[in-house]
Design a protein around this ligand. Structure first.
Ligand code: HEC
Ligand code: HEC
Ligand code: HEC
Ligand code: HEC
Ligand code: HEC
Ligand code: HEC
Ligand code: HEC
Length: 587
């Protein structure tokens, strides 16, 4: 028995020693070490360790506890310049001012740098651990937080140059055409970024721009060519990080009632080619920032044939001549009027003079290629960027197009549909990005192109013949299982059609019939057709005959399977269902 007591006693003593050691360690935290070092460097006597804390009020009546200066003890001391981190004097925030207007003794550090102000351990304080919503903002990126106190919506604030460069880029690089930031833009085809800084870390924002697909599968956010310029990306990310709905600033808490000059965005009131050129290029017009940026996505050729611009959308050298002013204006304001799944931004903020200016600029693009080009040269000039070098429909411009350009390397496709190609090239395929060429290419040139496409696809030695069947007529005997007896066909019934559609088609074409079913992205190129794309379905070329053929026999050279197990009546019902969704009267 006695022996056991002794063991307990020893254990209790050991426990006490461990506890004491950990208490001692807790007291002698990093900040103590830093503070000792600091006074040593100053040549002063160490007055004893002290937690330096600032409490900053937030508009909601809350309090931010800021203990950063427990380690960063010399931030406000001009004599600590040149000390090692974290003891040094704070570098100038507003260069050119004699004494920085910001008093760290009152506002602390978190208000500009984020991090976890309560923590006293290095990694915790800097917020560099998983789950902390606001990791440290280092260097100029801290400008994201200037608008917690200063009104930054317009005008300029000394010391916030990176932030302001970001805002300018947001306008110049066409981001505004897809994303809303309250007070800046009003488009709704992409997530609103009014609270981007509240929701996302700086790193997430940078990544979303560098590799949009990193966080979202099948991202419709374009990857821009300039995106690898580090300055540019950090400027936009800093600007976006600064977009926060809940800021310290409020009518009472704004420390300086900072009043800014009115917005300096250029609005064009007199149309001109020059104004159009600035909007297209996203360059300042008459000295002030303009909302623009077509050139980030669209290339064009000068009269000498030099190509400049991005390859996210089609080259626009020929567009105005092919499409005319009205189509182009409509497309700028709302591309989805013409192409249901277009990712082209919605530039509905433009006024008439601005639209007119852009169109007038496009009109100046008058490059003419030689009339005597052979098939390959014609293809390389006009078609290559979308349909690709190997005619596989994977040109540089293809990734952001929906539907994708045709894959002509598939012999089955070319051999089955060659007869319609000439019309498709002349008039375009309505409802898709396939442009019209009627005013640029002669019939002879179009024939040359069709022959070229055919010849290239023959490289694939497989043979394939599609046996078409005529669209059955009401009253015809229904095509049934061979054992069953035929009954006469009646006009297609959309409700019956919906039922059959749900049974056989939703896996690929989706519940909404928009081509985005659960299997859509598992298929190889191309995606299932968007069956509520009115523009596509209402063109003359896409008549009931074509729908019947495509459903019964599948689309050769694509994943659209044959459905020859369905009766004619079922197919007519499905066609009626598709038509009911896409007639002009339907919503
Ligand atoms: C435990 C001591 C400690 C605390 C608490 C602390 N820091 Fe630091 N800080 C350091 C040290 C040490 C460095 C230099 C080494 C480094 O970069 O990690 C540093 C560096 C920094 C830097 C420069 C980073 C760089 O990469 O150049 C910033 C900015 C900074 N701290 C801000 C803060 C803010 C804001 C807080 C409060 C939320 C804070 N620190 C709290 C110790 C601390
Ligand atoms: C009013 C906003 C603001 C406050 C408050 C502020 N900083 Fe900074 N800080 C900045 C800016 C902006 C920079 C970048 C200056 C530059 O290099 O252009 C910076 C730079 C620094 C640096 C140099 C390393 C780096 O990130 O470039 C450190 C370290 C630092 N701050 C720490 C602190 C600490 C600690 C506090 C609190 C005592 C604090 N800051 C308070 C805005 C602020
Ligand atoms: C916590 C609130 C707060 C934050 C955050 C803040 N400031 Fe200030 N700022 C102030 C206060 C307070 C003054 C002093 C006003 C005065 O002296 O009347 C000031 C003054 C200024 C001034 C000089 C006065 C003027 O209006 O020209 C400039 C420039 C400035 N800040 C730039 C910045 C920059 C750049 C940032 C971001 C890196 C920033 N501020 C972040 C509160 C803040
Ligand atoms: C063609 C329209 C379009 C344009 C132009 C565009 N974006 Fe996006 N962006 C999107 C879409 C759509 C998303 C939604 C997620 C996705 O599909 O990737 C997105 C996502 C983002 C995100 C991530 C937001 C989130 O909720 O995850 C950021 C940040 C972003 N965009 C910034 C920008 C910036 C900066 C620009 C200008 C350089 C820009 N975007 C231009 C369409 C666009
Ligand atoms: C984010 C990239 C992007 C930006 C910025 C952009 N577009 Fe587009 N644009 C596209 C894509 C993709 C298409 C193809 C799909 C479609 O037809 O909508 C397109 C198509 C077009 C078309 C139709 C071409 C045709 O023959 O069918 C016109 C005209 C056009 N854009 C003009 C403009 C103008 C003018 C601007 C600037 C105000 C602009 N775009 C800005 C991506 C963009
Ligand atoms: C802006 C991108 C783009 C350019 C440039 C382009 N196409 Fe297309 N093309 C498409 C798309 C998208 C489709 C798919 C239409 C669809 O889904 O039915 C397509 C489809 C076609 C088809 C098949 C039409 C059908 O009836 O099935 C032919 C043929 C064709 N393109 C030929 C050409 C030729 C020849 C050129 C050059 C003179 C050209 N395309 C330039 C995007 C483009
Ligand atoms: C395995 C997936 C899959 C299933 C199941 C499927 N489709 Fe498709 N469908 C596709 C793909 C992929 C395309 C695009 C082919 C193209 O671009 O021509 C397509 C295209 C179409 C087209 C357009 C054809 C044309 O001539 O342009 C119609 C109409 C259509 N499908 C109807 C249906 C109907 C109705 C059903 C159900 C009976 C169905 N599909 C089932 C994948 C599928």
């Amino acid at each position: 028995m006695i022996k056991d007591y002794r063991i307990l006693l020893v254990l209790a003593f050991a426990g006490l020693v461990f506890f004491g050691m950990s208490m001692y360690k807790a007291l002698d935290q990093d900040f103590t070490k830093h503070q000792k070092e600091y006074y040593k460097l100053l040549g002063e006597e160490f007055p004893g360790a002290e937690i330096k804390q600032v409490n900053v009020k937030t508009p909601g009546g809350g309090m931010v506890v800021d203990r950063c200066q427990s380690c960063h003890i010399g931030a406000s001391n001009p004599d600590a310049v040149g000390f090692e981190a974290p003891l040094a004097t704070h570098p100038p925030i507003v260069t050119g001012t004699e004494k920085d207007p910001h008093e760290f003794g009152k506002m602390g550090c978190v208000v500009c740098h984020d991090g976890n102000g309560r923590a006293l351990d290095l990694h915790d304080a800097h917020g560099e651990y998983h789950g902390w919503p606001a990791p440290l903002l280092v260097g100029e990126v801290a400008q994201a937080n200037c608008n917690r106190c200063h009104a930054m919506e317009s005008g300029s604030l000394a010391g916030a140059e990176l932030y302001e460069k970001g805002r300018t880029l947001f306008l110049e690089k066409a981001c505004w055409g897809c994303h809303t930031i309250a007070g800046i833009s009003s488009s709704s085809q992409a997530p609103e970024l009014t609270d981007a800084g509240g929701k996302f870390t700086y790193e997430y924002l940078v990544e979303s721009m560098l590799v949009p697909s990193a966080n979202i599968d099948h991202s419709k956010m374009p990857t821009f060519a300039w995106i690898h310029e580090e300055d540019t990306v950090s400027a936009i990310a800093t600007y976006l990080k600064g977009q926060q709905k809940t800021r310290l600033r409020s009518s009472e808490s704004a420390p300086i009632g900072y009043i800014k000059p009115a917005s300096e965005l250029a609005r064009i009131t007199e149309p001109s080619v020059e104004a159009g050129r600035s909007l297209f290029a996203g360059t300042p017009f008459e000295g002030s920032v303009a909302k623009g940026g077509c050139v980030n996505c669209h290339a064009f050729r000068t009269s000498d044939g030099d190509v400049a611009g991005g390859n996210i959308g089609p080259e626009l050298t020929w567009t105005l001549r092919n499409r005319g002013r009205t189509f182009v204006k409509e497309h700028i304001v709302n591309a989805r009027l013409h192409v249901a799944d277009s990712i082209m931004p919605t530039f509905k903020d433009y006024n008439d003079a601005e639209l007119e200016s852009i169109v007038s600029f496009l009109e100046t693009l008058d490059y003419k290629a030689s009339a005597k080009l052979d098939g390959q040269a014609l293809y390389d000039t006009y078609c290559w960027a979308c349909h690709g070098e190997n005619l596989d429909g994977r040109g540089d411009v293809a990734p952001m197009l929906d539907p994708l350009p045709r894959d002509f390397s598939k012999y089955q496709f070319v051999s089955s549909y060659e007869t319609r190609f000439k019309d498709s090239i002349r008039d375009g395929v309505t409802g898709t990005a396939m442009p019209t060429w009627k005013n640029i290419l002669s019939d002879e040139q179009i024939d040359t192109l069709v022959a070229f496409i055919k010849e290239q696809s023959l490289a694939d030695t497989k043979t394939f013949t599609r046996i078409d069947r005529a669209l059955p007529k009401v009253g015809d005997p229904e095509r049934l299982d061979y054992k069953q007896k035929g009954t006469a066909l009646v006009a297609g019934d959309p409700d019956q059609g919906l039922e059959s559609y749900q049974k056989f088609c939703t896996s690929c074409h989706g519940k909404l019939a928009n081509g985005k079913g659960p299997n859509a992205y598992l298929l190889e190129h191309p995606l299932p057709r968007n069956l509520i794309n009115k523009e596509f379905l209402n063109q003359t070329a896409v008549d009931d005959d074509r729908l019947y053929q495509s459903i019964l026999l599948g689309v050769a050279g694509t994943p659209m399977p044959a459905h020859d197990h369905l009766t004619d009546q079922t197919i007519l019902d499905i066609i009626a269902f598709i038509r009911a969704n896409t007639t002009e009267e339907s919503k």
